[in-house]
Design a protein around this ligand. Structure first.
Ligand code: TRP
Length: 469
């Protein structure tokens, strides 16, 4: 496909908001706080920041460059250079399906809590945790909310890049930011808030092992939407005039800012209320309403707004996941956009039904020792994204020409990218080695060995059969 017939973002701010919209999502507000809480707080935070700024930032720049250069999505970008590499893109599309096999379930929880906020969620603060468990374990309700959430995705993505995704991101992202600021402000002024800040920023290295580092690396990939061709896809819709490194930094800073803000909104309150920071996936859904329950009518309004913002953040992210799959079906399988969206979403609904039920009715059914919900999460977050990033770094550093990359990242010499050589050396040598080491050490130290082995097997099979994709 040439540059003229391919759809493009309407404006710079539109792209930034869409890319930041993709990055900022449940990963920042739902996942980051509970993973940080599970992994000891401050030390995790520092490792996470090192991963983001020294390792994963290079992948962000590389994905955008590869996408814009090829003007193709995850699979096409690899395939257009060498058929041998098709599997790396295909792995990304598979990751898209798998993440969309649980992400909309949580998106549905957020949507449900918008309505629950003014229908009694806050009435009995002591019961918020128990009620949350009852809700996510029930067989029907979460499925309805999940389907509604997925439907919103379908609606936006079917409208196309400019009209749908870009418009949604431009309006909804700033709103989210303001809401989080308000909540963090309230949380930080609770008495006893200091303990939470200490937990978040004061490292306790005794808890850290290879598994913590893998968790931080996986979280960095997840939060920045990297390692599965999402930014390749968004980059492919980007204008040749845009300054890629600058845009990458901006998205990186916004994403990290929101994660820290979410931490500041939750942890002070967790300690002020005497809850435990390792509350698991329910953390944000229990802590936030508990803060609001103390605030009377204002609390109801803030709770509604907060879960609205969470839902919006989830939506602008999940559309980017869906878009990766849709772009693949359009570019490589010549489907119309509408058909591609319909097909992809149908598969995703089915996966989501299983992962939602795995928290309740199907609790006893497990794959290799974990339920479906955790299975999709672990498979993508702990294996596929990091390996996807590793493959992309090797692809960029070792198969693309250095001068082509320089040309792409400086817009043919029109903008300066002073750190080009540093980025190139990092991407070619340092990033693959570091990810490789973390992945090996992490995979060996992790409990879910079965899932790990299956994941590596899937990558192997993909590599063997990639010519068909
Ligand atoms: N980054 C999003 C979040 O933090 C989730 C997401 C969107 C994602 N696109 C992705 C994760 C691509 C991995 C890969 O919620």
């Amino acid at each position: 496909m040439n540059q003229n017939s391919r759809e493009h973002w309407g404006s710079r701010i539109g792209f930034i908001m869409a890319a930041a919209g993709s990055a900022v999502g449940l990963g920042n507000i739902w996942r980051f706080p509970y993973v940080a809480g599970d992994n000891g707080g401050g030390a995790f935070m520092i490792i996470y920041l090192v991963c983001v700024f020294f390792i994963v930032s290079n992948i962000m720049v590389a994905e955008l460059a590869v996408g814009r250069r090829s003007q193709l999505g995850a699979v096409g970008a690899y395939k257009s250079i060498s058929k041998k590499w098709t599997f790396a893109g295909a792995l990304g599309v598979l990751s898209g399906f798998l993440i969309m096999g649980f992400y909309p379930v949580v998106g549905g929880w957020a949507l449900a809590h918008v309505f629950k906020s003014f229908t009694g969620l806050l009435n009995n603060p002591a019961m918020i945790g128990a009620n949350f468990d009852i809700f996510i374990e029930s067989p029907v309700q979460p499925l309805i909310w999940m389907t509604l959430f997925l439907f919103a995705n379908v609606w936006i993505v079917a409208k196309g890049v400019k009209g749908g995704i870009e418009t949604a991101g431009k309006f909804l992202m700033p709103l989210l930011f303001v809401l989080l600021l308000i909540i963090a402000g309230r949380s930080l002024t609770l008495s006893g808030a200091g303990e939470g800040i200490r937990f978040l920023f004061q490292p306790d290295w005794s808890e850290v092992n290879a598994g913590t580092v893998l968790a931080a690396l996986g979280q960095a990939f997840f939060s920045l939407s990297l390692g599965m061709g999402c930014m390749i896809t968004y980059g492919s819709y980007l204008d040749k005039k845009e300054n890629l490194p600058n845009n990458a930094i901006l998205v990186l800073l916004m994403d990290t800012g929101v994660a820290i803000l979410a931490g500041l909104a939750l942890f002070p309150a967790i300690f002020a209320f005497g809850m435990t920071p390792s509350g698991g996936p329910g953390l944000v859904f229990v802590v936030a309403p508990t803060i609001f329950a103390e605030m009377g009518f204002l609390g109801i309004i803030l709770s509604t707004l907060f879960f609205g913002a969470l839902m919006i953040a989830a939506l602008t992210s999940s559309v980017s996941l869906l878009e990766v799959v849709v772009t693949y079906l359009i570019d490589e399988k010549a489907l119309s956009r509408k058909k591609a969206v319909g097909l992809a979403a149908t598969v995703m609904v089915v996966l989501c039904i299983f992962s939602s039920l795995s928290l309740g009715m199907m609790q006893n059914f497990s794959i290799l020792g974990v339920g479906m919900f955790d299975f999709f999460d672990i498979l993508t977050d702990k294996i596929f994204l990091a390996i996807g990033g590793l493959l992309l770094a090797i692809f960029t550093g070792w198969t693309l020409k250095k001068e082509d990359l320089r040309d792409e990242l400086t817009n043919g010499g029109q903008v300066s990218f002073k750190l080009f050589d540093v980025w190139y050396l990092m991407t070619k040598f340092v990033v693959p080695v570091v990810i490789g080491l973390v992945a090996i050490a992490g995979i060996m130290s992790i409990e879910e060995t079965g899932v790990m082995i299956l994941g590596l097997l899937i990558i192997f099979v993909f590599a063997l059969f990639s010519k068909k994709l």
